[in-house]
Design a protein around this ligand. Structure first.
Ligand code: HGY
Ligand code: MN
Ligand code: MN
Length: 422
């Protein structure tokens, strides 16, 4: 039997459904936010699966989880795969979870098949990819590659004032016996399996996407400051109403970014102070999530946002700042090629596709040859409880991932194909 014939689709699907019960919410989605009790339970479940297969289990100072199967030449830099187990508050069963569990299933198949692989293969569950509780996200992969320091990340607080530092201490208590690995270990290459979270693969009935890159992003905040006043007595001309002016600003921004091709402009979070019915609001804080495939266009739009906000307020003051920015990246041609060749060998249709969503593979592309494998999202729906991917596509994506990991784990150079690929 070939290594991919050892992929057990039923087991993988059952594990995905079992994991989805942790933090499960009405409508069949999940709320399993970073460093929550639900996420701790999800860690325990993944660790139990890894222990059952004798995988090496480790963590690091930011709470990333690593599951490893040793290669026949374990001193060689390893091949890494994985994604995240944290979710959005109204997330789906597959976002992130698919990449971690497909990695675990691939590694099980490698062990069961006894296939030779020189390089060790490690499955990672990155901490806080989503950034819903602690913003911005991608904390685990950014700390691993050194994009952000652990100290800076530890200061971040959630809306209840609980810091990442507080929660990491809780995590360390709960998983005290896990071996700690340093950040920045040498990785030969990284391949992440993930749902597409868009409509293309399903529309084209193509089970696998070889991802070519990830579009750039700006994660921004805008604060409109007014003055608290009595809703019943204060005439309009004496008001400095943060809600009234923030609404005008948001409307203008949506209008300005409605007709730029391929732009994605989203206001997803908005808080009001003091947020009570009979007080004119003194402050509105809202988020902006801005994305575009061209880094230049993104930079121009970011500047435009600052200009539009200051032009649109009248009596209120306004502050605009960026909490995270990342330009468009392209993945390594050798990794993309390996995904395509393995799909072909497995007779699984595959097409190249660009990612509109952000992923930890972005950070890994800064330090090693990286790539991603997408599987279709039904209706292109994600970050929504109705997110779904058919089991057959989950299995196809996992087979391609498994074959690609073995191929890359037997390469001495990233560009040197093994005999099976020639
Ligand atoms: O925001 C993103 O693109 C990712 O899904 N967290
Ligand atoms: Mn994701
Ligand atoms: Mn997501």
């Amino acid at each position: 039997m070939s290594v991919t014939e050892h992929i057990d689709g039923e087991r993988l699907w059952a594990n995905l459904m079992e994991l989805a019960e942790i933090g499960g919410i009405a409508g069949g989605g999940v709320n399993r936010q970073a460093l929550s009790d639900e996420e701790f339970s999800a860690r325990e479940l993944c660790i139990s699966w890894a222990e059952a297969y004798g995988l090496g289990i480790a963590t690091d100072d930011i709470g990333n989880l690593f599951f490893r199967v040793e290669g026949s030449e374990p001193d060689l830099p390893l091949v890494m795969t994985g994604s995240h187990i944290d979710s959005q508050p109204t997330g789906g069963k597959f976002d992130g979870a698919f990449g971690v569990l497909a990695g675990l299933e691939a590694v099980r198949a490698v062990i069961d098949s006894g296939v030779d692989h020189k390089r060790s293969i490690e499955v990672v569950a990155w901490l806080n990819e989503e950034g819903s509780r602690f913003a911005p996200g991608m904390m685990g992969s950014e700390a691993f590659v050194g994009v952000r320091s652990l100290d800076e990340i530890k200061q971040v607080k959630d809306k209840n004032g609980v810091s990442v530092e507080d929660e990491l201490a809780r995590l360390e208590d709960r998983f005290a016996d896990l071996r700690k690995l340093p950040f920045g270990r040498e990785v030969f290459c990284f391949v992440e399996a993930h749902i597409e979270q868009g409509p293309i693969l399903e529309k084209e009935k193509t089970p696998v996407g070889a991802v070519t890159g990830i579009q750039g992003v700006r994660r921004m905040r805008v604060k409109i400051t007014g003055e608290e006043a009595h809703a019943g007595t204060t005439p309009y001309d004496l008001r400095i109403d943060a809600v009234q002016e923030a609404s005008r600003v948001i409307e203008k921004l949506y209008e300005a970014f409605s007709d730029i091709e391929d732009i994605r402009f989203t206001v997803g979070m908005l808080t009001i102070k003091p947020n009570v019915p009979s007080v004119v609001a003194s402050e509105v804080l809202f988020s902006i999530d801005l994305r575009h495939p061209s880094s230049e266009t993104l930079a121009t739009c970011e500047k435009r946002i600052g200009e539009l906000v200051s032009q649109s307020v009248t009596n209120c003051s306004a502050d605009v700042w960026c909490i995270a920015e990342a330009d468009t990246i392209t993945f390594d041609e050798n990794v993309i090629g390996a995904i395509e060749v393995e799909s072909q060998r497995l007779n699984i249709p595959c097409r190249r596709i660009f990612s509109g969503a952000g992923h930890d593979a972005r950070q890994m592309s800064y330090v090693c040859p990286s790539g991603m494998i997408f599987v279709p999202s039904c209706g292109g729906i994600s970050h929504n409880v109705n997110e779904h991917t058919d089991q057959s596509d989950i299995v196809a994506g996992t087979e391609v991932l498994c074959a690609t990991l073995v191929e890359l784990a037997n390469r001495l150079e990233i560009s040197s194909k093994t005999e099976s690929q020639i």
